[in-house]
Design a protein around this ligand. Structure first.
Ligand code: ATP
Length: 135
C-alpha cells in the first residue's frame, strides 16, 4: 500500500509524524481526503478532527483550525493546538464546554465576548467528539 509522510505540528512542537495511507480532515471549503500522489494544495482548516489511516487503524487528532499543506512527498498540518485522541483530557473539555455554554447564556451581560465563547465551545465539543472517535 502506498503511503505519504504526515506531520502535525503546533507552536508548542510536533504532535504526530508518520507515514500513512490516507489523511482525512475538514477544510473551510469542505471535507478533504488526501491519498499519496494528491496534487499540491494549501487549505485553511476548521476546528475539527484529522484522521490518519494506517495498517487498518485510524488515529484521530483534534485540531483548532490552522492549515493543511499537501506537497508531493509530504502532508503538513499546522495548527494552533492539536491533541491525539488518547491525550485529550475529557473532564477538562467537559468543564470548558460548560463554561462556554454559561457564557453564551449570559446574554444580558454586556462585556462578554460571544465570538470567543463560541470558539471555546467549538473547541470543547470537538475534543469530546475526537476523544470518542467521532471526528
Ligand atoms: P481550556 O479552557 O480547558 O484551557 P481551551 O480550548 O481554551 O480549553 P486551548 O487554548 O485551545 O484551550 O489550548 C491550550 C493548550 O491546552 C493547548 O496546548 C491544548 O492542546 C491543550 N488542551 C486544551 N484542552 C485540552 C484537553 N481537553 N485535553 C488535552 N489538552 C488540552
Amino acid at each position: 500500500m502506498k503511503t505519504i509522510k504526515v506531520s502535525v505540528v503546533t507552536p508548542d512542537g510536533p504532535v504526530y509524524e508518520s507515514d500513512v495511507e490516507m489523511v482525512s480532515t475538514k477544510a473551510q471549503s469542505g471535507d478533504l481526503g488526501i491519498l499519496p500522489g494528491h496534487i499540491p494544495l494549501v487549505a485553511p482548516l476548521v476546528i475539527g478532527g484529522v484522521r490518519l489511516k494506517k495498517d487498518g487503524k485510524t488515529e484521530h487528532i483534534a485540531v483548532s483550525g490552522g492549515f493543511l499543506e499537501v506537497r508531493p512527498d509530504q502532508v503538513t498540518v499546522l495548527a494552533q493546538t492539536a491533541e491525539l485522541a488518547s491525550n485529550i483530557n475529557v473532564e477538562r473539555a467537559q468543564r470548558a464546554r460548560e463554561r462556554a455554554e454559561q457564557r453564551l447564556q449570559g446574554q444580558q451581560q454586556e462585556h462578554i465576548d460571544f465570538k470567543r465563547a463560541e470558539l471555546a465551545l467549538q473547541r470543547a465539543i470537538n475534543r469530546l467528539a475526537v476523544s470518542e472517535g467521532k471526528r
